[in-house]
Every structure is written in C-alpha cells, then in structure tokens.
Design a protein around this ligand. Structure first.
Ligand code: SF4
Length: 156
C-alpha cells in the first residue's frame, strides 16, 4: 500500500468547522471534520479505481469510531466505492501503532492537527512546529516504502 498525501489546504477545513470552534474535542465539530476527511478520501479512492476507502482515524482513543463509520457508510452511497468500517484502536491496535511509529521512526504529533483542540489543551504550537521542522530536516529522503499495513477482516 503506497502513501499518498493530499494538498495542504487548511482554509477548506476551516470553512467547514469554524462555526463549531467552541465544541470540545469529540463533539459536533469532530463529526463534521470526520465527514470532511472521509469525503476527500472517497473521492480520491473513486478516482483511482479502488474497491474500498477507510480511515486511520479510528486508531485514536479520542476519536469516535461509531461516528466515523456511520459517516463512511453514508458517503459510500455518494461515490462508486465501498467503505471499510474499522475500529483500529481495539485489540491493542493503539498500542501497536505507537510501537510501529518507534520501529519505523515515524513522527507522532502530540495533537490531531486541530487549532481549536490545541488551544483548548494548552498545546504550545510554536514548540510543536520547531519539533516537527527539526524532524523533517533530519529525515528528508527517508524511505518509508517498507512500512506494511495488514488489515484482517473480523468475523461478523
Ligand atoms: S481536527 Fe481533530 S479535534 Fe479538530 S475537529 Fe477534527 S477530529 Fe476534532
């Protein structure tokens, strides 16, 4: 599975979420945010002719897998690609993701990228920026193509 990054357009995300800026993490703003992201992934998956699209967001203990899966199952009807429901945090999935990041030297940001949540949690964004910039400078040219993801379908 090859990693594809999307263009960084924070203003698009802000246009969808700023009316809900005072919502706590895990509240109504996140629901809108999940659907915004899932819609973009479904569009790309359809354009590339994939059978399924999904979300790694369910790895996080702070994210509501039920809302994410409901959004994905709804969005699959808009595009010609099926949604793969998940709750990757289960069965030690979250702990495994932390281990894998260490194993492959993948940078883990201390918040999910949300300016509103970061502000509420008192995250020092300048310090995060310095840390991330230093990581990128140190790891430019690293080859992450050896990282493999295996998804086992659970028995229904
Ligand atoms: S970026 Fe994270 S905290 Fe912010 S709205 Fe999205 S899921 Fe919620």
């Amino acid at each position: 599975m090859r990693f594809l990054s999307a263009d960084y357009r924070p203003s698009d995300w802000l246009a969808h979420t700023k009316a809900l800026k005072d919502e706590p993490e895990g509240g109504a703003r996140c629901k809108v945010c999940y659907n915004f992201r899932l819609d973009a992934v479904a569009q790309k998956a359809q354009a590339l002719g994939f059978d399924y699209f999904g979300s790694t967001l369910t790895i996080s203990p702070s994210k509501n897998a039920q809302w994410i899966n409901e959004g994905g199952l709804h969005i699959q009807h808009i595009y010609n690609v099926a949604y793969l429901p998940s709750d990757f945090k289960k069965r030690g999935g979250y702990a495994r993701s932390v281990e894998m990041c260490k194993e492959y030297n993948v940078y883990r940001q201390c918040y999910c990228g949300c300016l509103f949540a970061a502000k509420a949690q008192g995250v020092d964004l300048k310090a995060v920026n310095r840390e991330a910039t230093a990581y990128v400078a140190q790891h430019q040219g690293d080859d992450f193509t050896g990282i493999e993801f295996h998804i086992q379908r659970q028995a229904q």
